[in-house]
Structure formats: structure tokens, C-alpha cells
Design a protein around this ligand. Structure first.
Ligand code: AHR
Length: 660
């Protein structure tokens, strides 16, 4: 099995044969002499939501599920192994806990010495362990009687063999954190952790943690390295977090509240994840949010990968697909205050209340927050009543902060039009449009923004993905057909980059054993991860942005998918570089000649990157992560033009230099 072999590399002989029967070459002409408006350097970014076990069990690499016994069932994910003996008992208590927000803890009572009393945690669909890597096992422990000997933590593989052990010992009457490093001697896909209590007596435990040392940038409480690497490789312009519907909550009490996700990790109270029982076809009763990945960590991640942070906050409305609960207008001020406080947390100096907390968490310098979203997929008059309060308060205190406003869940219709009418009147900065639709829709809507008002609010294409079966269908797949349609659609975003200033695919991450929603950009299991064909489309756009729009025509007409060929281009008129994207959605090879209008001299070879396969159903997988992946080559100009053949069902990026 060759993991690194891209799928389409159409054999040269086939291309030659095809060339014999090829139609005349289309002429793609790029008007570098007439550069258009600028393209935002932040145009292509990422949308993160804790769906599909994207945070706990994914990006946040804690291996113990329900580490602080705060799930609705406090012993969820914990089992007493020797259930039938009188060796001891488990008691969940909340008196004298670690702190009021994390009140529950486990009292283990063992009835005799060397009882071999064992409590086991099975992680997030098992625990992924890498042989030889170091993991920090830690727990807050207290001995109610004044002293307790030791707790052994044993890592087990799928067959129950021990692959590593750590021991914590010497516990006293006060809560204290203890830690030890464990290095498993085998790689395990679905391991578990046993806690062995050999001494007689009572011992209290809380915040039980098994955390890899090798996180992104080596941070404590850091993030899973392979997943952040995939994100960093995209060079995303922005990071939108924490969602999505998770911002809204099914009810207001369960909305995302950023203040409850910062500060001491042990004091962040876990709550149920709204995706836990959203879909009866994919129930996940054990899906909670520990908030170990909270707002500080999101800002840190954005900074680490060079993305502008774009937090979205609740606007006083729970999800309108669920309870549609509304905060009374006279209570919305609290929500507004949370938003103002977030700006202080991100940007304020260390002597402010919230800036001080950021500094105390290890980041004295600001996070450079410049944009905030108010509400997710809200619609109707109640939203605009609330939106106004946020925008008035934000603009008066922080006039430089740009606001992203909601336009509901769909890309058209009465509610969508109503949203745009209001937001145009309010002179909103950005309108967040979402489209989850069939691949055909994306191919048919590449001209969507050609006629948008140039003077109105800018567009944030905040969530989109081609759905091969139907929206939210569990049968949707991340096929090349879907990615190709998105690639074609994005030519329309780039061509209209004066209107569309930001765009992101959604959702971002999914655990192969624990997902609720498909398709997703990146899939992972407990040890491995891969980017889908959609991921490579996003990456090609994000890593090939020009500074300004370069107008493109095909055979003399403005390019908009005629004959199944979609194009857009960016350019840098200072450095003299042009970057063309061409999508051939047809099943035939397409010979093209690429010329610069006014014929400035082409300098050197072009770098050509191609992505695609004739198999529209092709997908990547954990075993074949690069089945559909970009391939690069160089091409010399001939007679001051580039001649090439676009593969059937392909996306091509051509980067070339020209003299001015
Ligand atoms: O991306 C999944 C969900 O789709 C998001 O949470 C929501 O905003 C949209 O409906």
C-alpha cells in the first residue's frame, strides 16, 4: 500500500492519446494590466466547532473522559472492574469538592489491604497511545482520614495487557495535585486506564488526567499535534470558534459562555454538548464539553497558526431549530457585557480585570482581536432587536472591532432577504451566509456574488460544504465530486473577493468512531488523521492567494463556468506574480493556452499544481490519506504563453511571474 501516491496522475500516454482527439485549445486570458480590487489576505480560514468529538476526544488530547465526574451520570465512562466482590465501593460526593464549579469527586472506599480494587476509564472510544511517548498522569487527591498510601495507574491495550504504569503516593488530608509520567511500551489504538487501589481506607480523587506531553508547541494543556499541523498547513487567514450551533445551545442555560471556559482548568465546569442527542441516528450520550479547550486556548491556537481570531458569541437566543428560547430584552445587557468583556480579555492591558486574567494565564501581550460574531444562525425580528444592542455597544466602546452578523441558516428565502434588508440598513460590517447543498448547487451558483451590491456589507461565507446525499444525512461522503463542486464555486468567491472577504468550510473535524455530522474537512481516529479532498481544495486556495483580483476571460468572454471550465485569478502587481485557478468539471481533458492580456513577458517557468481524479466517488481515508492529493510540476512558457491540458474533473493552480 502506497500512502503517498495521489490518485489522479493521469498517465502521460493517456494524455497523448487524448491529445490526438482533443478539441482546439481554449484561450484563458488574464488581464494583469487591469488589476481589480484587493483580495483580503485573510480570505480563506477555518471554522471550528465542537461537533463530532472535535474538541474533547480530538483537538484537545486529554485521554480521560469525564475526568472530573461532572457528567449528568457522574460515573459515565468509569467502571468498577471487580464489581462482584466486597473489595470496596465507589461514592460520588459534592461536599468539600475542589471548587464550587467542579463540585463532584469520587470517593473510593477499599475494605482491606491488597484488595486489588480497580476502577477503569475507557477514554473517548478508547485511548490512543503511542509507544515511547510520554504521558502525564495526574489527579487531585485527598485522604479524608489524613493519609492514604498509593494509587497505581496502569495503561492497558485492547487485550487487557499492561503497556505502562505510573504511581501516585503520599496523600494527605488536603486536596493536592499529584503527577507522574508514564511511557507506554506499545502503540495502542483503543487502550484504557485502570486505577488500582491496594490500600485499605477512603481516598478522594478528582480531575483525573492522562495527557500527552508532546502537544502542539509543547504546551501544557496543549493541543493534538497532528491535527494542528493539518490546520497550520492550510495557512488559514482566520479561525472562527467555537461554532456553529454550539454557541446557541439547545437551551439558553446550555449556551456557550466564554467566561466559564477560562482560568484554572480544574474550575471549568463540564456541560452537556448540544450534539449529544441532536440526531437520533447518531446518539452520543457520553458527549460533554470539559472546556479544557476554552477561549484562551482558541486564541492561542489562532496565534500559533497565524490566523485572526473570530469568536462568535451568543446573542440572547437559543438555537431556533431547538427550543428557540429568548433572553428577555431587559436581560440582554448581560450578554452584551460578556461581549465587551471578551474584547478586554483579548486586547486589554494586564491591569484591566479581563486582560489581567489573560496575562495570568500566560499571555501578557494582546491577542489582537479585530472581529466578533453576534449570534450564529439566527433569523427573524427578535435577532435584529438584539443585534442592534450589541452593535451599538461594541461600536461605541470599540469602534475598530468589526461585527459579523447572522443571516439565518439558508442562502436564500424570506428570512434571508429580511436579514439582508435589516443588515444593509444597519450598515453591518459582515453578513454570515451558510450553504449546505448538493454539489450541483455549487456548480450552478458560481455567479452568486457577481451581482451583489458593492457598497453594502461584506460577505462572510461562514459555513459551506457540498452534501452528496442531503443536508445532515449520515450517508454524505467527502467525495471528489463534492470537493470539485466546491472548487468551482470558490472561483466565484475569489472573482468577487471585493464582496466576499472571508470563507470557511464546515464542519472542520470528525472522529471516525464518534461523529454526528458528515461531511467534514478532516477525519481522525485516536492515533491518525487525514485531510479530505475538500481539505486539499481549501488548502490550495488558502495557500495561493493573490493581493488583487486579476480579471480572467475564456475565449474572450468573462469566465463563469461556460462549458464546465471555471476560473479565477489573483495577482501581485508589485512582485509581478499571477496565480490562476482553473476547474474543469467535465469528464474530458481540456487543452488550454494561458496568456496575459497585453502580453507582458512571462518570466521563467510556471508552477503547476493539480488535484483530481476521474473517479467522482474517490475519497481519502486513514489508510490512504493522500489518495486524492495535489501533485506539482513546472512548465516553461512557449511563445509567451503556457500550453497545458486540464485533466478531466480536475482543479489546476498555475503560478507564474511576469515582467512589467
Ligand atoms: O456545521 C454544522 C452546523 O451546521 C453548525 O453548527 C450550524 O451553524 C449549521 O447549521
Amino acid at each position: 500500500m502506497n500512502l503517498h501516491k495521489p490518485a489522479l496522475l493521469i498517465p502521460a500516454a493517456l494524455l497523448l492519446l487524448a491529445a490526438a482527439a482533443q478539441p482546439p485549445a481554449d484561450l484563458i486570458s488574464i488581464a494583469v494590466t487591469h488589476p481589480g480590487p484587493d483580495i483580503s489576505p485573510r480570505m480563506f480560514g477555518i471554522f471550528f466547532e465542537d461537533i463530532n468529538f472535535a474538541a474533547d476526544g480530538g483537538l484537545y488530547p486529554e485521554l480521560i473522559k469525564n475526568r472530573s465526574f461532572e457528567f449528568t451520570e457522574p460515573l459515565d465512562s468509569w467502571t468498577r472492574v471487580n464489581r462482584l466482590t466486597d473489595a470496596g465501593e465507589l461514592i460520588v460526593r459534592d461536599q468539600g469538592g475542589l471548587n464550587p464549579d467542579n463540585a463532584h469527586y469520587l470517593r473510593v472506599r477499599t475494605n482491606r489491604d491488597r484488595s486489588g480494587f480497580v476502577v477503569s476509564n475507557d477514554g473517548f472510544r478508547g485511548m490512543g497511545l503511542h509507544a515511547g511517548s510520554e504521558y502525564v498522569f495526574s489527579a487531585w487527591v485527598r485522604a479524608p482520614s489524613g493519609a492514604y498510601g498509593k494509587i497505581r495507574a496502569t495503561l492497558l491495550d485492547e487485550r487487557g495487557n499492561a503497556v505502562g504504569e505510573a504511581v501516585l503516593s503520599g496523600f494527605g488530608p488536603e486536596w493536592k495535585r499529584y503527577e507522574a509520567v508514564v511511557r507506554p511500551d506499545s502503540t495502542v489504538q483503543r487502550g484504557r486506564l485502570n486505577l488500582v487501589f491496594d490500600d485499605k481506607g477512603d481516598v478522594d480523587i478528582d480531575m483525573v488526567s492522562l495527557f500527552p506531553k508532546d502537544t502542539w508547541a509543547g504546551r501544557k494543556n496543549g493541543l493534538r499535534k497532528d491535527l494542528v499541523q493539518l490546520l497550520a498547513d492550510m495557512k488559514p487567514g482566520f479561525l472562527r470558534f467555537p461554532g456553529g450551533c454550539i454557541v446557541e445551545g439547545r437551551r439558553l442555560a446550555l449556551r456557550y459562555q466564554w467566561k466559564k471556559t477560562v482560568g484554572d482548568v480544574a474550575a471549568r465546569r463540564a456541560i452537556v454538548n448540544r450534539w449529544n442527542d441532536e440526531f437520533s441516528h447518531r446518539p452520543a450520550p457520553d458527549y460533554f464539553q470539559s472546556f479544557g479547550l476554552g477561549f484562551f486556548e482558541y486564541f492561542q491556537l489562532a496565534e500559533d497558526i497565524g490566523a485572526s481570531p473570530l469568536p462568535i458569541l451568543n446573542c440572547g437566543m437559543a438555537c431556533q431549530f431547538n427550543s428557540a428560547e429568548l433572553a428577555a430584552l431587559d436581560t440582554v445587557d448581560q450578554y452584551v457585557q460578556d461581549t465587551l468583556d471578551l474584547v478586554e480579555f483579548a486586547n486589554g492591558s494586564a491591569d484591566t480585570r479581563w486582560g489581567g486574567l489573560r496575562a495570568a494565564m500566560g499571555h501578557p501581550w494582546p491577542f489582537n482581536l479585530r472581529m466578533i460574531g453576534v449570534g450564529n444562525e439566527q433569523w427573524g425580528p427578535q435577532y435584529f432587536e438584539r443585534y442592534r444592542r450589541f452593535s451599538d455597544a461594541l461600536k461605541s466602546k470599540y469602534p475598530d472591532i468589526q461585527i459579523v452578523a447572522a443571516a439565518g441558516p439558508g442562502p436564500s428565502g424570506k428570512d434571508f432577504e429580511y436579514a439582508w434588508t435589516n443588515l444593509r440598513n444597519f450598515k453591518a460590517d459582515y453578513v454570515d451566509e451558510h450553504y449546505y447543498a448538493a454539489p450541483q448547487w455549487f456548480l450552478q451558483n458560481t455567479g452568486r456574488y457577481d451581482k451583489y451590491d458593492r457598497s453594502g456589507p461584506k460577505v462572510f461565507a461562514g459555513e459551506y460544504a457540498a452534501q452528496t446525499v442531503a443536508i445532515a444525512s449520515p450517508q454524505n461522503r467527502n467525495t471528489w465530486e463534492a470537493a470539485l463542486a466546491e472548487a468551482a464555486f470558490i472561483t466565484g468567491l475569489e472573482r468577487n473577493a471585493d464582496v466576499v472577504r472571508m470563507a470557511s468550510y464546515a464542519p472542520l473535524l470528525a472522529h471516525v468512531d464518534a461523529w454526528q455530522w458528515t461531511p467534514d474537512l478532516i477525519w481522525f481516529d485516536n492515533l491518525r488523521s487525514y485531510g479530505t479532498p475538500d481539505y486539499y481544495v481549501q488548502k490550495l486556495y488558502a495557500t495561493n492567494i493573490g493581493k488583487r483580483i486579476a480579471p480572467v476571460s475564456v475565449n474572450g468572454s468573462p469566465s463563469n463556468g461556460a462549458g464546465g471550465v471555471y476560473t479565477s485569478a489573483g495577482m501581485d502587481d508589485e512582485s509581478g506574480e499571477v496565480i490562476l485557478k482553473v476547474v474543469n468539471s467535465t469528464d474530458r481533458p481540456r487543452p488550454v493556452r494561458v496568456r496575459l492580456e497585453g502580453a507582458p513577458r512571462l518570466e521563467g517557468q510556471a508552477r503547476i499544481t493539480t488535484l483530481g481524479t476521474t473517479d467522482l466517488k474517490a475519497e481519502n481515508s486513514l489508510d490512504q490519506p493522500l489518495h486524492v492529493a495535489p501533485a506539482e510540476r513546472v512548465l516553461a512558457p512557449s511563445d509567451n504563453q503556457f500550453e497545458l491540458t486540464l485533466g478531466p474533473r480536475s482543479m489546476t493552480v498555475l503560478r507564474a511571474k511576469y515582467g512589467r
